[in-house]
Write a protein that binds this ligand. Sequence first.
Ligand code: 13P
Length: 250
Amino acid sequence: MRRPLLAGNWKMHTTVLDAYLLVAEIGKCSAGLKDRDVLLAPPYIALHAVSSVLHDSDIIVASQNVCWEENGAFTGEISPTMVKAVGGTAAIIGHSERRQIFHEDDEMINKRLRGALKFGLMPILCIGETLEEREGENTFAILEGQLRKGLAGASSEDMGRTVIAYEPVWAIGTGKTATKEQAQEVHAFIRKLLAEIFEKDIADSVRILYGGSVKPDNVDELMAQPDIDGALVGGAALDAESFCRIINFT
Ligand code: 13P
């Protein structure tokens, strides 16, 4: 059985002080949740603050991206060992905002993923189609390309600690969630593809998160789908009450 994973991506929100306040609230409402994992991805500058507040909690701390090198001349980047040194154990990779605004391509995303794996972080590989691609009926071809290229070089063993997040670009920050049927259809497709690339056992054990306008009022129906194993939440993760409701989905 796949353990649900509820993740909050704070994007470029929260000062260090805001982060302290938000994580304190989330820490309280997640205490005692034994059957699911909770993950927070604050801005880099707040990683240390968040993980220090969570030092005796099971909440996973993640960076929002990560470089493939341990150190060097990579201005503006953060290395896997730096993330680990402040208590982070996971990294979001290939978010659509990285792909679209900062022009990260599949090759770079794959380097980041392999770097995360090499240094022992849990990568969360994000894939997703734009509205234009969906309307042109290219959704599955786009997702297949992003998944195959993003995971190139990953072994079956690596998949034991890799998470996939399906985030349709048209549903991010728009209030327009994929319907539970649309999301389930894509998640089942991703799982089938994982079985082709690796093997069925691996595909059955990989967690596939849905992201894109997940809110307190739609989380339960999304989480009830057989291939949706969690959520990657943006806007609603910045409000303690909303995020607490989301992680306490029934
Ligand atoms: P929203 O929940 O704000 O749509 O953002 C989703 C997202 O991009 C999470 O990574």
